[in-house]
Write a protein that binds this ligand. Structure first.
Ligand code: ZN
Length: 131
């Protein structure tokens, strides 16, 4: 069964970021269509899901990867803003982020060091905080 699938997918495009996006968009609009009883949303969800499968099984790999690249370029700013927020959340577990009182520069201090004097790397003002 698995070998059959592998043979079937040979030379076909497979899943990429745009596929994941259209699949999720399709599922979300299907849920919303179920809620609102909206014909338009359920059409949209089917369109997304059919598009996902079409792109997954497509043999025109060059064109599909160009579409994916276009999608990645269009969403670059959004994705990088998202990753920055996510990184900040991870850093907040191990670090405090303080603002320098005189120049507003953000300064990252590791947690759990007690009361420490912090020197701003930008304007070299010092201030005392608990880390
Ligand atoms: Zn400063």
């Amino acid at each position: 069964m698995k070998e059959k699938l592998i043979r079937f997918m040979y030379g076909r495009y497979g899943i990429d970021s745009l596929c994941r996006f259209t699949l999720i968009a399709g599922l979300v609009s299907m849920l919303l269509a179920g809620w609102n009883d909206s014909m338009l949303l359920s059409l949209l969800s089917w369109a997304c899901i059919i598009l996902t499968y079409f792109r997954m099984f497509s043999r025109n790999i060059y064109k599909r990867s160009a579409e994916n690249q276009w999608y990645l370029n269009k969403t670059y700013k959004l994705r990088s803003a998202f990753y920055r927020q996510k990184n900040l959340l991870i850093q907040r577990r191990t670090h405090h982020i303080y603002k320098c009182p005189s120049c507003r520069q953000k300064i990252r201090i590791p947690r759990g060091k007690g009361r420490i004097e912090i020197r701003c790397p930008k304007c070299s003002a010092t201030f005392i905080k608990k880390s």
